[in-house]
Design a protein around this ligand. Structure first.
Ligand code: ATP
Length: 269
């Protein structure tokens, strides 16, 4: 297989069936997708269509039935530090302070104390929480806990970030703040991100592309490039272009027959 050096994640003919007793449930029915280095790509789709399954296969947590998934040319067969994964709930040790949580993966990998301190400081500063390094997770807000989770994942220096509804449990205002923060952190860290969300506005605001999946079994229905300038200010959500993108994705998700033209900006890769 030919893999372009600029390709961070390559997915070809991916298929997934779950077996339950004598029944086979087809969840993913042939997905092809290329994510280039440094791209931010969101996945949206009807509830239960297979978004989390898709992300977990790329993470190496679920086996695929057929097809190929490669990250920087290397075939995925199990979880590994080249793929950092974030979930809706912050994955933190409650008994470890913020510093200790971010340091954990580095300790396990055998980094020296000096290297650990350097990396933990770098990533906690990046997420704006260095001064909270001696707090326990229980002493932080939900948004702050998710920022610690992000620092913990980034400290591994993964090639790609896989994020499954990471802001799904946050209130609307905190969620918006986290979206702006993530945009800044992404542009500074230059990671490729694959981001699953139910929130169309979140997908438009953050992404270079939004991938719309069909209902189960999931296929790619449409790939929409988001050609809004960066960095994106919060007010961009009020612009006509933004609202147009949101409405077009909403129509696609609701299976509208007469999807309004986006001036040629809808295309399949
Ligand atoms: N281990 C499993 N065994 C059998 N079926 C499963 C298993 N895991 C998931 N499924 C089924 O696969 C389908 C897709 O689930 P998945 O969680 O990937 O969807 P989703 O798009 O992320 O859902 P949501 O939008 O509600 O979060 C569902 O119908 C679910 O019941």
């Amino acid at each position: 297989m030919e893999t372009n050096i600029e390709t961070a994640i390559k997915i070809e003919s991916l298929r997934k069936l779950f077996k339950r007793k004598s029944e086979e449930i087809e969840v993913i029915k042939g997905i092809d997708l290329d994510i280039k280095e440094g791209e931010f790509v969101s996945i949206v789709g009807p509830s239960g269509c297979g978004k989390s399954t898709f992300l977990h296969i790329i993470g190496g947590f679920i086996n695929k039935t057929s097809g190929t998934v490669t990250v920087r040319g290397k075939e995925v067969d199990k979880p590994a530090p080249d793929r950092g994964m974030m979930f809706q709930e912050a994955a933190l040790f409650p008994w470890r302070k913020v510093y200790g949580n971010v340091a954990w993966g580095l300790e396990v990998q055998g980094y020296s104390k000096g290297e650990i301190r350097e990396r933990v400081e770098h990533y906690l500063t990046l997420v704006g929480l260095w001064e909270f390094r001696n707090h326990l997770p229980s002493e932080l807000s939900g948004g702050m806990r998710q920022r610690v989770s992000l620092a913990k994942v980034l400290a591994f220096n993964p090639d790609v970030l896989l994020m499954d509804e990471p802001f799904g449990a946050l209130d609307a205002q905190t969620r918006e703040t986290m979206q702006s923060e993530l945009q800044r952190i992404w542009s500074e860290s230059k990671k490729s991100v694959l981001f699953v969300t139910h929130d169309i506005e979140e997908a438009v605001y953050l992404s270079d592309y939004v991938v719309v999946l069909t209902k189960r079994p999931a296929k790619v229905k449409e790939i929409i490039p988001i050609k809004l300038p960066r960095p994106r200010e919060i007010e961009i959500r009020k612009s006509y272009e933004f609202v147009d993108y949101r409405n077009d994705i909403w129509d696609l998700l609701h299976g509208e027959e007469n999807v309004k033209s986006m001036g040629g900006s809808i295309y399949a890769k």
